[in-house]
Design a protein around this ligand. Structure first.
Ligand code: RAM
Length: 335
């Protein structure tokens, strides 16, 4: 298995971080903490931005950060990285989990040895970590996706979801809330015909998009709550006769989606700042490893430029609400 290692020290944190010139305040954080980030997959542009945000934070509090992870978004692919990091006695592991349960025994073993575990982006079951740094409230992401696609397809017709991997905790939670939102009477003319899985693989997502259009000739929209999926779906549709007929929306990065917004394939989509997500996760990990917090509800910690953050129910820390991007604002964002 390939074991790429990326050390990132110079990446800049993006737009949403406030107070540009203000020196970071790392109250109570020990120096020299070894903190390893394990993304869902190493080559996913979204995960790269998040990891870079984490490395920026680690640089601020003078820790020793690194990024290791698999090239595919499979849970079993993450296990050997967790085991190696455990053997190396990292002080903290910050992981975007590819499965809610499969990683738990390995992460528990790490925690038994005193290693602090933070999930970010995609959670495990709560017993697999001390803190989950969530990008935004999962219910509002899921409901928000349906509200957006409903607007784009005029509140009626067939639509499909193009997800990431079938086991992805984050996508599955959002899809559950999408289905919940769909039960409301205002969506009675909308029909979810299929949930397809592109595995956060560009080519597979592209082929799945093609398959959806062939299988459902009346399709009016594709919602892809994954940055890899939405970019692949938009690329396919932008050069197909479905352009202008099938709406594409979901969750994506402004830089990957800009061309498709400009050429009219995509009218609107959503996301948060992945760099800020990684940054917050690194501060959570460092505070755990320094003993300033234990992961209990109600505890607060200092998250550098993001200010003071408080741990909520089940060890969850929330970054903030997502942004909707469209032609009117996309050029204000560069990530
Ligand atoms: C993909 C991944 C990630 C998700 C984003 C929106 O990059 O699936 O987990 O949060 O999309």
């Amino acid at each position: 298995m390939r074991k790429p290692v990326r050390h990132v020290c110079t990446a800049l944190l993006c737009a949403m971080l406030v107070g540009g010139g203000v020196a970071a305040h790392a109250a109570g954080i020990k120096e020299g903490l070894k903190i390893a980030f394990v993304p869902k997959q190493i080559n996913n542009p979204y995960e790269v931005i998040a990891d870079n945000g984490g490395m920026d934070a680690i640089k601020e509090f003078k820790g020793d950060g690194k990024v290791v992870g698999p090239s595919d978004a499979g849970a079993s692919s993450q296990v050997s990285y967790i085991n190696t990091l455990t053997t190396q006695h990292q002080e903290a592991i910050v992981i975007a989990a590819n499965d809610a349960n499969a990683l738990v025994p390995y992460l528990k073993r790490a925690m038994d040895q005193g290693i602090k575990v933070v999930t970010f982006d995609s959670d495990t079951a709560p017993e697999g970590r001390q803190i989950f740094v969530n990008q935004a409230n999962a219910e509002s992401i899921g409901r928000g996706q349906i509200q957006l696609v409903s607007k784009l397809m005029g509140g009626e017709g067939e639509f499909a979801i193009l997800s990431a991997t079938p086991n992805a905790t984050n996508q599955n939670t959002w899809i559950k809330w999408m289905q919940e939102e769909l039960k409301k009477p205002e969506y009675s003319k909308m029909k979810l015909v299929k949930i397809a899985y592109g595995n956060d693989d560009d080519q597979k997502s592209f082929v799945e998009t093609q398959g959806l259009l062939q299988a459902y000739p009346n399709l009016k929209a594709i919602v892809a709550p994954t940055s890899v999926g939405i970019a692949a779906a938009a690329r396919y549709i932008s050069s197909s006769p479905s352009k202008g007929k099938v709406a594409v929306t979901g969750l994506g990065t402004p830089n990957q989606m800009r061309a498709f917004v400009k050429n009219g394939t995509v009218k609107a989509f959503q996301l948060w700042d992945p760099g800020a997500l990684g940054y917050l996760a690194a501060y959570a990990a460092a505070n755990l490893a320094s003993g300033t917090i234990t992961g209990k509800e109600g505890e607060s910690f200092d998250a550098g430029k993001l200010g003071k953050r408080t741990i909520g129910k089940s060890g969850e820390v929330i970054l903030g609400p997502p942004t909707t991007f469209d032609a009117s604002n996309i050029d204000n964002f560069n990530f």
